[in-house]
Ligand binder design. Structure first.
Ligand SMILES: [Zn+2]
Ligand SMILES: [Zn+2]
Length: 276
């Protein structure tokens, strides 16, 4: 009986596996192998620090409000505080092979290997040896980076002069600048080619679950000030067994992190448009 119990626990664990997003700190170069032939594309609204999936113009309450605001003032609708633009975002599984220092205390992989203190938890990493991360992560960014990746797909040749697809070669992602001046550049590495073999125990994440999806009425609640945590608690007490709450809440914390960097990028794009 014990054996069967353990198998069940493992199954449910992998079913609700928390998305681990790839970190792209400024001033570093990350090395990846892309693991999906196609990036997962969705629109989202940035609400109260979270990226929330846009449900499409006919369903999405935020888009409906946006349309009303636009109709009232087509020249200055963006200045209206209630206008929450929908933006495009992409997700793809990658094998992150970047050489980094692993912080034992908080699990963070510090990609700036010159650092002696973990920037997340202030633990000393002075004596930690840098080594490739070699784990699957979800790379999530906007069109600025993913259009570059799209350009590389089918446009890079191997040593034999054969055209390769995006999953056939290594890519370095260089991040420079900070805040609204962040620039992310994808550079193919022609020396890393061939099929990717995932390290034992590594598996792909479900990309559909990498972004928070709310019901229309839950979106309205969030915009009107209800905490996301409370929305999930209310949802779970309605139709989900209790133990799922922790997973949902855990996911929330992870999703919020790259979202703020993304928001800054959006601001950057808008400022570029204004002054560019
Ligand atoms: Zn929407
Ligand atoms: Zn740490």
């Amino acid at each position: 009986m014990a054996f069967i119990k353990e198998v069940k626990a493992k199954e449910s664990e992998s079913k609700f596996k928390k998305t681990r997003f790839m970190q792209l700190p400024s001033g570093t170069v990350s090395s990846v192998r892309i693991l999906n032939d196609e990036a997962y594309e969705t629109y989202y609204h940035y609400v109260k620090g979270y990226s929330i999936r846009c449900l499409g113009r006919s369903e999405c309450p935020i888009c409906k409000v946006n349309t009303e605001i636009y109709m009232q003032d087509p020249d200055a609708y963006r200045e209206n505080k209630s206008y929450i633009a929908s933006r495009k975002r992409y997700f793809v599984n990658v094998l992150d092979t970047t050489v980094a220092k692993h912080c034992e205390k908080c699990g963070n992989d510090v990609k700036d290997t010159s650092l002696v203190i973990c920037p997340k938890c202030n633990n000393s990493i002075a004596t930690v040896a840098a080594k490739p991360i070699n784990e699957v992560r979800v790379l999530s960014k906007g069109p600025a980076l993913f259009s570059q990746l799209g350009e590389l797909d089918g446009n890079v040749k191997n040593a034999q002069g054969e055209v390769m697809s995006i999953t056939d070669f290594g890519i370095d992602i260089r991040v420079s600048g900070t805040g609204i001046d962040t620039i992310t550049t994808a550079i193919p590495d022609p020396f890393v080619t061939g099929e990717v073999v995932l390290p034992e125990g590594e598996e792909l994440f479900d990309l559909e679950k990498a972004i928070i999806t709310l019901e229309p009425e839950e979106m309205v609640d969030l915009v009107s000030g209800v905490q996301l945590r409370d929305i999930f608690v209310a949802r779970s007490s309605k139709d989900e067994p209790k133990e799922k709450v922790a997973t949902f809440v855990g996911k929330v914390a992870d999703v919020s992190e790259p979202a703020s960097a993304e928001a800054l990028q959006d601001v950057s794009a808008r400022i570029d448009k204004l002054f560019g």
